[in-house]
Design a protein around this ligand. Structure first.
Ligand code: FAD
Ligand code: NAG
Ligand code: NAG
Ligand code: NAG
Length: 522
C-alpha cells in the first residue's frame, strides 16, 4: 500500500512547521469510522464553532468532530477507538466542560471534543447521613450541584468564586476560593472518581482503590483520564451568610490580618481579598453584586491615585443564631486593623452568596462585555515573598486596576494533598493572586497587547527576584517551561502519563505532550 496524499501532506507539514500544525489535518479514515461506533449519543461533524472557543477568547482551534455523549460508555468507546488506531492516527480527544478555559485547554485542533455537559444528569444522587456526599456527573455545573444538595440541607464544602464551571473542569485544576484555607481546594474534598483513561478503560478510583490514578487526575490538567463521575463530600448548609468588606491602605496590616484569620481556630467561613489601584470606578467592577447603597461607604472604595486592599469575609448562620453570629463576628473584627469607617456588611442567603459572580455575568453579557478576550494571570506566591511582589507590582508595574479585579488571599498548604498532580509553592502559607483582566479594545490600555505586556512584566520581575511563583491554570509552550513548572514532580507526572494515556490522546490543548504521530507503514 502506498502512503496517501494526505499522509505526504502530514509529513510535509510536520517538517515544515515542527509538528504544531499537523493536528489540523483531519484523519479522514478514522473520522469515517467514528460514524459507525455504536453510541447512545451522537457525533456531530458540523456546527463546531462553539467547540473552537473558550472564555479566554484568545485561542481558537477547529475540531474535526464533537461527541455529544449519551453515556459514559460512549466516552470509553470513543477514546478506546482512537487508542486502538494507535500511532497511525493523529486524532486527539478533549473533554470540554463549560469551556471556561483561558488558552484553548478544552479544545482539540483537528481532534474530537467531548461535550461533557451532554452526559445525562439523572445520575446526580445525594447521600445524607453522618458523612454526606453527592455523586454527580463530571460534566455537571457546580451551580446545579448546589441546588440539588441544598434540597437536602447540604452543600459541598469548598468552592470556586463562580459556579458555572463543571466538576471535571475545576477538579482538573484545583478549584480555589475563600473556603480553601479551611477545607483545602475542591480536589481535597473528593471521595471517589470514575474515570475513562486514555486507553478507554472505565476505572473507579479513590484514596484506597486505584489511588495513583485518583491522585493523578486531581489537578491533572485532564492528562490522565476523563472524569465522568465524582463523589463530593458535603456538609450541612447554612441558610444565611453575613458578608463583610473592610479596607486597608497598608499592605502589611492587610496581609498580617489575613494570615491571622486563616490560622485561627475560630474564624470566618470564607476569606478573600482584593487590590484596587487608582480606581475611580470600583463599583463598575464585574464583581459588583456587593453593592453598597450607602454613598458614604461607596465613596471609600474610590481608590483615586492610591492602592487600597479590601478584605472580604463571610460568616455562615441560620436565622435563629443571629445573636451568636454577631458576637463572633464582632470578636473577630475587633482584632483587625482596617480603616475604621470602611466596615460594610450585608446579609444574603447562602445560595445568593455562592452564586454572586453570576449576577455580574448577566450584567456584563447585557453590555457585550462578557465575550471579550480575557488575558488572565493566576499566580501562587509564597508568603515569604508576597511583600517584595506587592511592592513592585501594585503601583509600579500596574498603575491602575481598571482592567478587572485583582484577587489576593492566603491559604494553608497543609490542606492540599501532595499526592495530587497540582503544583503549589513549597511554603506553609502561600497566596493566590489573580489578575482577572478583560481586554475589550483593539488598542490602548484595554487591549490584549497592553495587558499581556503587563502580565509579562509581572512574570519577568517574579523570575528575576526569585519570588518562587507557581502559575495556577498554567499555560506554557515548551517542555522546558513545563519541567520548570513541575520541578521534582515532573517525573511522577511523566510516569502517570505513560501509565494512563501513553499515546497522549487526552487534553491536547494544555500543550504539555504531543500525540505520537507516525506515518502508516507503506
Ligand atoms: C468567570 C470565571 C471565574 C472563575 N473562578 C475560579 C475560581 O474562583 N477558582 C478556580 O479555581 N477557578 C476559577 N475559574 C477557572 C476555572 O476553574 C477554569 O476555567 C476551569 O477550566 C473550569 O472550567 P470548565 O469547567 O469550563 O472546564 P473547561 O475549560 O471546559 O476544561 C478545563 C480543562 O479540563 C479538561 N476537562 C474538562 N472536563 C473534564 C473532565 N470531565 N475530565 C477531565 N478533564 C476535563 C479540559 O480538557 C481542559 O483541559 C474561573 C473561570 C471563570 C471563567
Ligand atoms: C472572540 O469572540 C468573538 C465574539 O464572540 C468571536 O467572533 C471571535 O472569533 C473570538 N476569538 C477567538 C480567538 O476565540
Ligand atoms: C489616577 O488616574 C487618574 C485618571 O485616570 C490620572 O489622572 C492620575 O494621574 C492617576 N494617578 C496615579 C497616581 O497614577
Ligand atoms: C507528602 O507529604 C508527606 C507528609 O508531609 C511526606 O512524608 C511525603 O514525603 C510527601 N510526598 C511527596 C511526594 O512530596
Amino acid at each position: 500500500m502506498k502512503p496517501s496524499v494526505l499522509q505526504y501532506l502530514k509529513l510535509f507539514l510536520l517538517f515544515a512547521f515542527g509538528g504544531v500544525i499537523i493536528a489540523h489535518v483531519p484523519d479522514q479514515d478514522v473520522l469515517e469510522s467514528l460514524r459507525k461506533l455504536p453510541l447512545d449519543g451522537h457525533f456531530s461533524f458540523r456546527d463546531m464553532s462553539t467547540a473552537a472557543r473558550d472564555f479566554g477568547n484568545l485561542s481558537s482551534f477547529m475540531p474535526a468532530a464533537v461527541l455529544h455523549p449519551g453515556s459514559v460508555d460512549d466516552i470509553a468507546i470513543t477514546v478506546r477507538h482512537v487508542f486502538l488506531k494507535g500511532e497511525h492516527s493523529m486524532l486527539t480527544v478533549a473533554a470540554r466542560g463549560h469551556g471556561h478555559s483561558l488558552r484553548g485547554q478544552c479544545q482539540a485542533a483537528g481532534g474530537i471534543v467531548i461535550k461533557m455537559e451532554s452526559l445525562p444528569t439523572a445520575r446526580m444522587q445525594v447521600h445524607s447521613g453522618a458523612s454526606p456526599y453527592v455523586d454527580a456527573s463530571g460534566g455537571e455545573l457546580w451551580i446545579n450541584v448546589l441546588h440539588e444538595t441544598f434540597k437536602y440541607g447540604l452543600a459541598p464544602k469548598s468552592w470556586t468564586d463562580y459556579l458555572h464551571l463543571t466538576i471535571g473542569g475545576t477538579l482538573s485544576n484545583a478549584g480555589v476560593s475563600g473556603q480553601t484555607f479551611r477545607h483545602g481546594p475542591q480536589i481535597s474534598n473528593v471521595i471517589e472518581l470514575e474515570i475513562v483513561t486514555g486507553r478507554g478503560d472505565i476505572i473507579t478510583c479513590s484514596p484506597d482503590q486505584n489511588s495513583d490514578l485518583f491522585h493523578a487526575a486531581l489537578g491533572g490538567l485532564g492528562q490522565f483520564g476523563i472524569i465522568t463521575r465524582a463523589r463530593i463530600a458535603l456538609e450541612r448548609a447554612p441558610k444565611m451568610v453575613r458578608w463583610i468588606r473592610v479596607l486597608y491602605s497598608d499592605f502589611i496590616s492587610f496581609t498580617e490580618d489575613q494570615e491571622m484569620l486563616i490560622s485561627a481556630e475560630r474564624t470566618f467561613d470564607y476569606i478573600e481579598g482584593f487590590v484596587t489601584i487608582n480606581r475611580t470606578g470600583i463599583l463598575n467592577n464585574w464583581r459588583s453584586s456587593f453593592n453598597p447603597q450607602d454613598p458614604v461607604w461607596a465613596s471609600q472604595f474610590e481608590s483615586d491615585g492610591r492602592v487600597l486592599f479590601c478584605l472580604e469575609m463571610t460568616k455562615n448562620y441560620n436565622p435563629e443564631e443571629v445573636d451568636n453570629m454577631e458576637q463572633e463576628v464582632n470578636n473577630l473584627l475587633y482584632q483587625l486593623r482596617y480603616i475604621p469607617q470602611s466596615l460594610f456588611h450585608t446579609d444574603v442567603t447562602y445560595i445568593e452568596f455562592l452564586d454572586r459572580v453570576h449576577s455580574s455575568e448577566v450584567k456584563l453579557r447585557a453590555k457585550g462585555m462578557w465575550e471579550v478576550p480575557h488575558p488572565w494571570l493566576n499566580l501562587m506566591i509564597p508568603k515569604s515573598s508576597i511583600h517584595t511582589f506587592a511592592r513592585e507590582v501594585f503601583g509600579k508595574i500596574l498603575k491602575d486596576s481598571n482592567n478587572g479585579p485583582i484577587l489576593l488571599y492566603p491559604v494553608n498548604k497543609f490542606r492540599w494533598d501532595n499526592r495530587t498532580s497540582v503544583v503549589i509553592p513549597d511554603e506553609e502559607v502561600f497566596y493566590l493572586v489573580g489578575f482577572l483582566s478583560s481586554a475589550p479594545s483593539s488598542s490602548g490600555p484595554h487591549s490584549i497587547e497592553h495587558t499581556l505586556n503587563l502580565n509579562n512584566q509581572i512574570i519577568e520581575f517574579s523570575d528575576k527576584a526569585g519570588i518562587g511563583v507557581k502559575q495556577y491554570l498554567p499555560n506554557y509552550n515548551t517542555e522546558q517551561e513545563w519541567k520548570a513548572h513541575f520541578e521534582a514532580r515532573w517525573e511522577t507526572f511523566l510516569r502517570r502519563k505513560n501509565a494512563y494515556d501513553p499515546l497522549a490522546i487526552l487534553a491536547p490543548g494544555q500543550g504539555i505532550f504531543q500525540k505520537a504521530s507516525l506515518p502508516l507503514p507503506s
